[in-house]
Design a protein around this ligand. Sequence first.
Ligand code: R5P
Length: 310
Amino acid sequence: MKLVAGNSNRPLAEAISSYLNVPLAKAQVRRFADMEVFVEIQENVRGEDVFVIQSTSFPTNDHLMELLIITDALRRASARRITAVIPYFGYARQDRKPGPRTPISAKLVSNLISHAGVDRVLTLDLHAGQIQGFFDIPTDNLFSAPILARDIKERLDGGNRMVVSPDVGGVVRARALAKRIDAQLAIVDKRRERPGESEVMNIIGDVEGRSCILVDDIVDSGGTLVNAAEALLANGAREVYAYITHGVLSGGAVARIANSKLKELVITDSIMPTEAVKVAHNIRVIGIAQLMGEAIGRTATESSVSSLFD
Ligand code: R5P
């Protein structure tokens, strides 16, 4: 087995490498003066089972091109099998046509990855499970729920917990976590009653006096979370936490979270945390190296990956 890392999340790749006790393969992934990506795999990979670790996170297009070009280099170097390990799959939110003459970019990106020569994909908490079907190659979508559930159980009082979906679209994900930690479920229902009027947040469920745990796949601008936290507190919640898999945290998101009423935002390291994230007083990062490493090991030995979620 060989592990190759792109530049998107080197610390995670190193943590996976130490979990598996397999060193990262020597490779150069760098830029020419005009910013074209250049890749050179500096050791023999002929006949090897190769795992390329690369989140397609910000700057998304650069990291996607790195993944494609690394794959091309490996294919031309006669790797036996190439698995793209994509802890955060960028473009996933563009998984349908929101209107006429718009793209389905998640499908286009899936095509690019397959056509570059990837044989399998290993990813985590896809924005929508159906994106697996955009690939005509085996695609394993891992869940961070067991890791998040363990953390919640260790930190928050059992009897008072309530899992909250910040929008109606996230109910299935939130319900799955609520079941794992034996908590009730509430839903933030955002509605614009009339065009031009501001959105009204209705809370479905009684959150009075509860420790609410907002659950989502992505925190990007932070707007969804901050608004949901305010609505929950206005409805009598005692405190609000958020457990989100992918900390995209674009623009002023970290400051928005830091200045919000959220007691704590917990994210995973599927995307490499910035310095601002690391020093934020109410953001904590939990590691997924063990989960990703275990899934890589099981893929290499052709053993069950689904049993990781039991
Ligand atoms: C959307 O469907 C996702 O699940 C997240 O709710 C969304 O990406 C969060 O975005 P933001 O943090 O910008 O409100």
